[in-house]
Write a protein that binds this ligand. Sequence first.
Ligand code: ADP
Ligand code: SF4
Length: 682
Amino acid sequence: MTRDPRYDILFEPVRIGPVVARNRFYQVPHCNGMGYRDASALAAMRGMKAEGGWAVVCTEMVEIHHTADVSPYVELRLWSDHDIPMLARIAEKVHEHGSLAGIELCHSGYTANNLWTREVPMAASPMPTASYFNDPIQARGMDKEDIRNLRRAHRKAALRSKQAGFDLVYVYAGHGLGIFQHFLSRATNFRTDEYGGSLENRARLLREVIEDTKDAVGDTCAVPVRIAMSEFIGSAGLEPAEVEDAIAMMAELPDLWDLSLSDWSKDSQTSRFSEEGFQEPYIKGVKKLTTKPVVGVGRYTSPDTMVRVIKQGIMDMIGAARPSIADPYLPNKIRDGRLEDIRECIGCNVCVTHDYTMTPLRCTQNPSMGEEWRRGWHPELIRPKEEDRHILVVGAGPSGLEAARALGQRGYQVTLADKASQPGGRVTRESRLPGLAAWARVRDWRLLQLDKLPNVSLYLESEMTPETVAELGADQVLVTTGAKWLRDLTGRHVVVPFHHPEACDVLTPDDLMAGRRPKAKDVVLFDDDHYYMGGVCAELLAKDGHQVTLVTPAAVASSFTKASLEQKAIQARLLKAGVKILANHAVVAIAEGHVTLECAYTGEASPLAAGSVVLVTARRPVDGLWQALAAAGLPATRAGDCLAPGTIAAAVHAGRRFAEEFGRPALDFLEIPFKREVTALS
Ligand code: ADP
Ligand code: SF4
């Protein structure tokens, strides 16, 4: 297929200082939980973006010095020459496909706790460090010698980056994580010398470091600046007008302006809270200040929107982290006129949770993300079948859809059956909840792909029983029949099932998603799951006019969503909707008209009036069919939520894994099913 000429503009080359990007697709720096620990896996992941057509592919933040140690997070390091080969491998992988490699040099200032190095953190001004756990650490204010040393360290890191083969060497002042932003913002710079006070003074270090970097490597490397347009604390910190003034002062100094919001939760907003292009209001004033290329992000997945933002003069290159994770081949698909094949990011931030949990990146939409090197998976390709086989997949949720799609791609004959009248399983149900509509993309992309595979047949309203499975006579059965929310209070806090009196109105998320609603106006919702479901159900009920009390044994609502950067936004939305949040308590018993609460610390019991109760505690696999097939000795395997309930990302990955491994001899339990890199002893 050929591309639609209206997208030609996206494939124009862009000069960035001394280098030229072959098109306008720019993978901005993004974290991935692999960093220095999983160097080859990381290099392969970046290489895949280049293979898929991103003209610029950047690293995540790279610590330039041992006082910039952001452990326990696993990012990249460039503390000494020892680190160069690891970084060179990334640049090499990116170059293999004709793309430019960018490196985001970073000193994290008061956001580097130096937990590993035990160096005293340095900051523009003395202050407590910012960290997930509120560590009992304060940063010291930097003196003039520290500033000179920081400039030397940045210059050295730039030279090492050039040596490693990078084409773009960043100066990072974004996300509240780069020290040059800390100097720039009056929220973090209380200095009284020539580096504090007026905007010109606060911008001095940024200007000096841009000049240093240009001087060190600017002959062959482009020097982009990544800058935060707003800190969302009003005039106490950076606001677009002041940042524009700063940019105007240095407009032509860097080779590219890469615009973002601060902190990271504002920059990587989920689809529950923002639409594609949500950063445009903050960045649209910058292009008129500079002749240098401008890059911005905003979860762009639609080529028409990309064309619009370029034609409107909002940006010159389409920056993307998440859309490039969900689909490393996004540029090539637009180039080749294959728009329907674009795997659009759903904006769930599962990818981000793995930077926070310091584990390799993964993606709900793209199960091969992070597995390119470890398991040899490819986002677009899979090896052909070894021999003819007919595989029955029972359950067309995310797991079954992905398994059927990937098995179909391998060339097998696949029958996919679901008892529901609509495919998609939990994705279809959950996408009807407030703010989760974009999640349906997980289903829709897979259905479009299945449509192209004549060897895969989808049957809806087809409940499978051991008898109908046996009748079909497939060579292999994959059971992906999902899971159900529990109604007996058990989860993390309550371990012994509680059987409430018949008369009590007790619902689960499954009931709500099926359209049932609490009978009473006042509802107690017990969230012992701690991810998004409890908060989303509370939001739904509050919108329907219920008076909702969300009870959680945690200190905050939806506590795990701290890792998806959503927790504050969720709690704020619930409070604004009138939901009462009762933290540090669990529901331990349900009676007519009330529940019994237990304090998570003292164990003290107390009653709370509750006309109706919604339980969001845990799920149990729907694995009866698998049990029966296994007992009958039929070749059946289970995967996804039917094996162990988890995220949609885990279900998709499980479906893919079955398809990848089908036909290969089963590994012994003691064999590791993926590659890993073991540290070489010094
Ligand atoms: P996962 O997340 O693991 O993909 P889901 O709960 O999303 O699981 O999907 C499970 C799907 O299995 C649902 O669409 C459900 O209708 C279907 N299902 C469950 N039991 C049967 C059965 N016996 N026959 C056919 N389909 C079934
Ligand atoms: Fe997008 Fe979710 Fe994938 Fe992240 S995990 S890239 S937010 S689909």
